[in-house]
Design a protein around this ligand. Structure first.
Ligand code: UDP
Ligand code: MG
Length: 325
């Protein structure tokens, strides 16, 4: 019989004292149900990660972890932002769990999708992405900006799953590989598709925040999007280079045009020289910038030191194991 997996649910919390009690109540029911139905093991837990909260969040987490069997906590030394807090939680949870699910403290992500995520994990998927089905409950502004964000990221050459945030289930093996991505500017939803392995999607409807305020105001969202693009794509550099090449070619036509106008005698002295110089020099400058950018792009890729490949199966090793057993 297949061993029942141990599940850890990692939840980063920043100033979440208003929601923790209700979140714990709902997750406790969920965890108890899953354990009772033998979907997950007795050792499964919800792990709250306190991201340097200034309110009573950590005291609450300590209290909950003492009273409840299936709840535990992790405390960062200071506020490091959602992505870093999540990474800290994932890297810790992978030592105890077979499957780790990440979600937000405000339960905007429907916890009933967990059952389907687990089923898909049992079917051999190593990453199951939670994808928002309709965004009916978002405001018009949030929906348009958020969906625009995914489309723009795609356009900029970043491979991400449309309408997927950080609600996902991952296997222990995937998290072990995540550890080999040593970059400091984190954009987790861009890294997981790079890791690969068999993956699937679970659709869910995202609710409104039931208490407290969003910790992602527009300013933070924009800087997050900027981080996502500049951490994953060298397309903007390529655009500069292409623009340089384009302007350089245009300048050849401008040169011809200026000569014709000059030969027809419709110019003031110096005009031809000035106009031609501006176009030629601007084109060359842009081209050189793009060229330097190409090298910087290469350095940038090297400094990330990302793994160049990840092996999914090695039949030789598998055969050896079969022979040994
Ligand atoms: N969060 C965090 N550190 C931060 C900001 C946010 O750990 O510096 C957590 C927060 O407690 C929540 C999750 O990240 O669990 C998502 O934040 P929020 O729900 O405010 O974002 P929104 O859903 O509005 O995009
Ligand atoms: Mg939220």
């Amino acid at each position: 019989m297949k061993k029942v997996s141990t599940l850890f649910i990692v939840i980063p919390c920043y100033n979440e004292e208003e929601v923790l009690e209700e979140t714990t109540r709902q997750l406790k029911i969920k965890m108890d149900g899953l354990i009772k139905n033998k979907k997950i093991s007795q050792d499964s837990k919800v792990m709250y990660v306190n991201d340097g909260s200034k309110d009573k969040t950590w005291e609450l987490i300590e209290d909950i972890s003492q009273k409840e069997n299936h709840f535990t906590g992790l405390c960062l030394s200071r506020n490091r932002g959602h992505q870093n807090a999540l990474l800290a939680g994932l890297m810790t949870a992978k030592n105890y769990a077979d499957i780790v699910i990440s979600m937000d403290a405000d339960l905007q992500d429907d916890i009933n999708a967990i059952d389907e995520m687990l089923e898909k994990c049992n079917l051999g998927n190593e990453i199951v992405y939670g994808v928002r089905s309709a965004r009916l409950k978002d405001t018009w502004f949030k929906r348009v900006t958020a969906e625009g964000f995914y489309k723009f990221m795609k356009l900029m050459g970043v491979e991400i799953v449309f309408n997927h945030a950080d609600y996902r289930a991952t296997s222990k093996r995937v998290l072990e590989y995540l550890e080999t991505y040593e970059e400091v500017n984190l954009f987790l939803r861009g890294i997981f598709p790079l890791i690969g392995f068999k993956s699937d999607i679970v659709y869910y409807e995202r609710n409104e925040r039931f208490a407290g305020e969003s910790k992602y105001p527009l300013k933070k969202m924009l800087s997050f999007a900027w981080d996502g693009i500049t951490s994953f794509s060298v397309k903007p550099i390529k655009m500069v280079l292409n623009l340089g090449i384009f302007i350089f070619f245009i300048s050849i036509f401008i040169l011809l045009y200026c000569l014709i106008v000059k030969l027809l005698g419709n110019t003031v002295p110096g005009w031809t020289f000035t106009t031609c110089s501006i176009w030629l020099v601007a084109g060359l400058e842009m081209l050189s910038l793009g060229l330097i950018g190409e090298y910087i792009g290469k350095i940038y890729r090297e400094t990330k030191a990302r793994p160049r490949f990840i092996i999914s199966r090695n039949l030789e090793e598998e055969k050896k194991k079969v022979r040994q057993s």
